[in-house]
Design a protein around this ligand. Sequence first.
Ligand SMILES: *[C@@H]1O[C@H](CO)[C@@H](O)[C@H](O)[C@H]1NC(C)=O
Ligand SMILES: *[C@@H]1O[C@H](CO)[C@@H](O)[C@H](O)[C@H]1NC(C)=O
Ligand SMILES: *[C@@H]1O[C@H](CO)[C@@H](O)[C@H](O)[C@H]1NC(C)=O
Ligand SMILES: *[C@@H]1O[C@H](CO)[C@@H](O)[C@H](O)[C@H]1NC(C)=O
Ligand SMILES: *[C@@H]1O[C@H](CO)[C@@H](O)[C@H](O)[C@H]1NC(C)=O
Ligand SMILES: *[C@@H]1O[C@H](CO)[C@@H](O)[C@H](O)[C@H]1NC(C)=O
Length: 206
Amino acid sequence: MATDPSMAVNLASLLLLIFASTATAYTNHTVGDAKGWHFNATTNTSATDYSAWAANQTFSLGDYLIFKTTTNQTVIQTYNVTNYRHCSADDDESDGDTFEYEGGSNNFNEELTIEVPLTIEGANYYFSGAADGIQCQQGMAFNIKVGHGQGLPPYLNQPPPPPYVTPSPPPPESTEQPSPVENDVGMTSAANVRAALCALTVLLFA
Ligand SMILES: *[C@@H]1O[C@H](CO)[C@@H](O)[C@H](O)[C@H]1NC(C)=O
Ligand SMILES: *[C@@H]1O[C@H](CO)[C@@H](O)[C@H](O)[C@H]1NC(C)=O
Ligand SMILES: *[C@@H]1O[C@H](CO)[C@@H](O)[C@H](O)[C@H]1NC(C)=O
Ligand SMILES: *[C@@H]1O[C@H](CO)[C@@H](O)[C@H](O)[C@H]1NC(C)=O
Ligand SMILES: *[C@@H]1O[C@H](CO)[C@@H](O)[C@H](O)[C@H]1NC(C)=O
Ligand SMILES: *[C@@H]1O[C@H](CO)[C@@H](O)[C@H](O)[C@H]1NC(C)=O
């Protein structure tokens, strides 16, 4: 089959268009814009009004919150409004509705960027966990509402685990080693792939 060069160019620009539109479809929201995610312990105030900042944005699944901050700060994310109201990260670990993001450094004042993907629709709450909740009480907190938008991109879409299936009882004569059988299956499928590749090559170059 002869290839028409203009067709190839059209295909390339189509792919580029698709790529460009997906690349611009999700928004990165820099929290507090140029002010970043900071707290001034001297004045006991946050660097900006984070609630006002958040109220002026539209958030969708697949967007990121970018926290430009230092190792002085942490970000607590919760879906539990009680924890948010109490500025408290204390949580029953098992329900998994509260997460702490931090830089993993024991030193103060190191620059840190925390990237938080928005993966759950509806109310999401964020606050600083530093200084035992005082920063949060002093305004270092905000809530957002995440809309569906175009849904999660595949790279953020964790498929749910498969449903639990009760294992069937082992067959009576299960003393045989299963590994040689698995090897055979593996070799068979590898052979199948090779055969398919050969067939494909023949088709392409016929
Ligand atoms: C948004 O941030 C994420 C995480 O850092 C990054 O992978 C992505 O390229 C950024 N997107 C844009 C449009 O800047
Ligand atoms: C905190 O605020 C005080 C008074 O406005 C200022 O002098 C100081 O530089 C600020 N500290 C930081 C770390 O921004
Ligand atoms: C900051 O404000 C909190 C109240 O939220 C207060 O308990 C604390 O003493 C204040 N700290 C300073 C340094 O003023
Ligand atoms: C809200 O966004 C608009 C347009 O981006 C901007 O002009 C305005 O200053 C913002 N307001 C606040 C409070 O950030
Ligand atoms: C970070 O915390 C240290 C220790 O409390 C303090 O000296 C420093 O000023 C803080 N830096 C910022 C940017 O708030
Ligand atoms: C929110 O967290 C509190 C404990 O901090 C817990 O008692 C409550 O049941 C949680 N609410 C939901 C809806 O999970």
